[in-house]
Structures are given as C-alpha cells and as structure tokens.
Design a protein around this ligand. Structure first.
Ligand code: ADP
Ligand code: MG
Length: 470
C-alpha cells in the first residue's frame, strides 16, 4: 500500500507537469507562428528552419505516365510506382513495397545506406519490367522522399543539414543526397532520373492536394514530426535574392507560391511543458538540445518517455515487485506501439498491459492497481503530445490567416504517419484540441484529413509535375 501511494504521488506530479491548458497551447501556437515568420525572414532566423522546397507547382491531375517514388522516413523504406491517367483520372494503377531499414545502416556509411536503397529499388523495378513495357527512349523518373533536414538549391538537389531520429551517418552530412542516390543507382545499373527531392511533409501536402485543392498543409506524426505548407512568395523575404527578376515571376506577385518545409521538429518555446524525464531523454539522445518539439510529440520518443517514468517509479516504490530492472533500463525498449496498445486496453483486468509487461519488460505478476497507473502514464504522455501537436497546427493556421472563419473558405490539413494513423487516442485528442483552440466558428471551415501514404505518392506526383519530358 505504501508502494502504491508513492507511485501514485509520482504520477500525480507527472500529470501536473504535463498539463497543457488552453492558455498555454495558445502561447505555443502564437510562438510557432512567430518562429515561422522569423525563419522566413532570413536563414538562421529561427530554430524552425522554414526551408524552401523549390516546389512551386503542385500536381494538378493532368499529369500522365508511369512515375516512381522512394520514401526514406525513419523506420521503414518504401519503393512505389504510380500510373497517372491524366485528365483528372488521377492514379489509375499503383504498386509498392515496404522494407525495414536494417538498424546497422542507420549509423554506418552513406554509401552503404544508399547502396541498400538502390538495390531494393532495383529489385522492385526488375519485377515490374517483366510485366510492363515502359521506356520508349525516355528515362524512368523518380521522386525521392528523404525525411531529414536538407538545404535545397533546386527541386532535385539538396545537401543534408543534419540527421534526426535514429540516424547518424557522419559522412553524409553536407553531401548532396540526390547525387549519392544517383551514384548508387548507377552502380546497380539503374538508368533512372531523380526528378524531385522532397520530404514526407511536402509529399503528404502534394499527395493530398492532388485530390483536394483546399489542402493547405501536410503534416507528419510518425517516427518524427514535421510540417509543410503553401506560402506566398511575398511572405518569404529570404527568398527574394534567389527569385528571377524577369517576366511574371515577381516577388510581390501573389500567384508565386512556394512550399515551405518547416522542419518544425526543432521548435522550442519556454512555454513547452518539459519534465525531468524529457530533459534526461534529450541529454542522452543522439541530438541533445535539438528537435525538442519532436521529442515531445513523435512516435520515436513517446514510448521512451513512458519507460523512463516507469523506471523511476519501479526503483522508488517497488510497485512492480522485487524485479530485475535490466529490461526496464534498456533505452527505447518500450516502444510507442506498446504504449498505444496498453493505453487502449479495455479489458476489465487490463490483460493487455499485463501481456506487454511480460513480453517486453519480463515483469510478471503486476497488480491491477499498478497496471492502472501504467495506463494513466501512457495517457498523460500521449495527451500532452496530441495537445502540443494541435497547438502546432493552430500556429500554421494562424500564420496563413486561416484561424478565423472567412466565407466560402475551407482549409484542409493532411496528416500522415504511423503515430497519427494507429494511435487512436492520440488522433482523437489532436482533433478535439484543435477544435478547442480554434473555437466553434473557425473549426467549421477547418478539416483534418488522414492522407494515407501521401508521402510516397507525393514524391512520384511531384516527379511527374517536374518531369523533363513535358
Ligand atoms: P517513418 O515514415 O518516419 O518511418 P511511419 O509514418 O511509418 O514513420 O511511422 C512509424 C512510427 O509510427 C513508429 O516509429 C511508431 O512510433 C509509430 N507507430 C507505428 N505503429 C503504431 C501503433 N500501433 N501505435 C502507435 N504508434 C505507432
Ligand atoms: Mg513515412
């Protein structure tokens, strides 16, 4: 009983420290909008990099032909192809394959990683060649979704700024990732042209906008988190120097658009509710001090935060009995899908929590009271994540003037990523919190849409809209 009381005390404190009242979330949204402006002002103007994507036209539905996509996120890697029908027939045929990234490649050398990607692509294209006739002298074109911060100079080139999530390959930083992919493809004897380099948020935006012109932003809550949105050229002072000054491409021309890759995972605000667990997680991470918003809101980290809380409770109060802590002390052993499963456990005796404890942590014989506390911890961590995520979305809407209702104007935010897709309570909480922040009137004109596999398709679509054969 004393153990339980001690553990309850720790959880009560956690709940207080993770509180996200609407007033705090509004501050976070305002700061997100402000940081967006500062990042657009000049390079280095904000922790939120607001990178130009060089995507200035989004697919319209008129594109035609066979296009490929590659999607390197944080956990999985996908190759895909789409047959576009043109004339608003959209995607008439598609095929894709998903491959796990062998963990050792996440911290090896750049040529090993790109060699692996190119060889998986070669296998996919080979199979495909057997049953379709392509070519007629044209090179196949491919869009590459590479979801790490990249400094671009054109739509089809860009140098890696830094790794995030679980990646850390030193010799790739500062290199042009398209050139590396192109070299690796040549080694595989693959004659393909990389027509576009984008990230998953840009891809999600493009993929969703292909079907719905009211889509204003693409957002990812997966292994990591990021957002992209459509900005007017005259709101991007740092772009000025690079814009061609001839013809109709004038900076103050409202028709000139640019998709901005926010890299919002690196957002930080003193208003963020950061606990001792978050601080320790950050300190021991691959990128201390960086990606703080991502560390609070994305799939790679939520399970790890919960693990840290459980460890503290168990060491302090022995609430799980006299157990061996080896497993519970292993970083990243408890993963977000596990906490999602426990959080959604609706059995009266919390059977799923018990199973997860046995299978993942090798902790048996937990009491029902202890299991209830586990669910509560998952709830606290996931709720904070979802509410902060909603505040970020509100920040974007604020920045583009869509946070208040204007007649006949609809704004759609397309969201993808495994966390959003599979963690139902996260997703629901995100949606209700956004409604809370916008108020009834403005919420009516804002919709959140799940963009299924937008990021991979989006790359192929942008490759099509940028095609050199048009
Ligand atoms: P990426 O493209 O960055 O590799 P994904 O969009 O495929 O990421 O999402 C993978 C992430 O989604 C995982 O790291 C995990 O955190 C989260 N995820 C996957 N399945 C679930 C689940 N059932 N419940 C909660 N989170 C999940
Ligand atoms: Mg992805």
């Amino acid at each position: 009983a004393a153990a339980l009381a001690m553990a309850e005390q720790v959880v009560a404190e956690l709940r207080v420290r993770c509180e996200t009242p609407p007033s705090m979330l509004r501050e976070v949204a305002v700061e997100m909008a402000r940081e967006m402006g500062a990042g657009l002002e000049k390079d280095g103007g904000s922790r939120v990099k607001m990178l130009l994507s060089y995507v200035d036209k989004l697919p319209t539905g008129r594109e035609e032909g066979l296009f490929y996509g590659l999607d390197l996120g944080g956990t999985n890697f996908r190759v895909l192809k789409v047959q576009l029908g043109g004339n608003a027939k959209h995607v008439v045929d598609r095929d894709s394959r998903e491959v796990g990234i062998p963990p050792h490649l996440m911290s090896g050398s750049s040529s090993e990683l790109f060699g692996f990607i190119a060889s998986e692509l070669a296998k996919f294209v080979d199979d495909d060649e057997k049953c379709a006739n392509i070519s007629n002298g044209k090179k196949r074109e491919i869009g590459f979704t590479f979801s790490f911060p990249v400094k671009q100079r054109s739509v089809a080139s860009g140098t890696l700024v830094k790794w995030t999530k679980a990646f850390s390959i030193n010799d790739a930083v500062g290199e042009d990732v398209v050139a590396e992919l192109q070299t690796a493809m040549e080694k595989q004897g693959l004659d393909m042209h990389v027509a576009a380099l984008i990230n998953d948020a840009v891809g999600t935006l493009a993929g969703a906008r292909y079907y719905d012109k009211d889509v204003v932003a693409g957002v990812i809550f997966g292994t990591g988190t990021n957002a992209a949105y459509v900005e007017k050229a005259n709101a991007i002072p740092k772009w000025e120097g690079e814009l061609p000054h001839s013809g109709d491409m004038k900076k103050n021309d409202f028709a000139v658009l640019q998709v901005i890759n926010m890299e919002w995972g690196n957002f930080f605000s003193s208003h963020l509710p950061i606990t001792e667990y978050d601080q320790e997680l950050d300190k021991e991470s691959l990128n201390p001090g960086e990606q703080i918003y991502e560390k609070l809101t994305s799939g790679m980290y939520l399970g790890e935060i919960v693990r840290r809380v459980l460890l503290k409770i168990s060491l302090q109060s022995a609430i799980f009995g006299d157990i061996d802590h080896t497993k519970l002390q292993t970083h990243f052993l408890l993963r977000t899908p596990h906490i999602s499963a426990m959080h959604h456990d609706e059995t009266s005796d919390l059977k799923i929590v018990a199973e997860n404890f046995e299978e993942n942590l090798e902790i048996t014989g937990t009491s029902l009271e202890a299991r209830k506390l586990v669910v509560e911890i998952c709830d606290i961590v996931a709720t904070r994540a979802a509410r902060l995520a909603a505040a970020g979305l509100a920040g974007i809407l604020m920045k583009i003037g869509r946070d208040h209702s204007v007649e006949d104007q609809r704004s759609v935010i397309a969201i993808d990523g495994g966390l959003f897709e599979h963690y139902t309570k996260f997703r629901r909480c995100l949606e209700t919190t956004l409604g809370e922040l916008l108020g009834d009137e403005a919420s009516k004109a804002v919709a959140i849409k799940h963009a299924d596999d937008g990021s991979g398709i989006g790359a192929a679509l942008i490759a099509a809209s940028q095609s050199q054969y048009k």
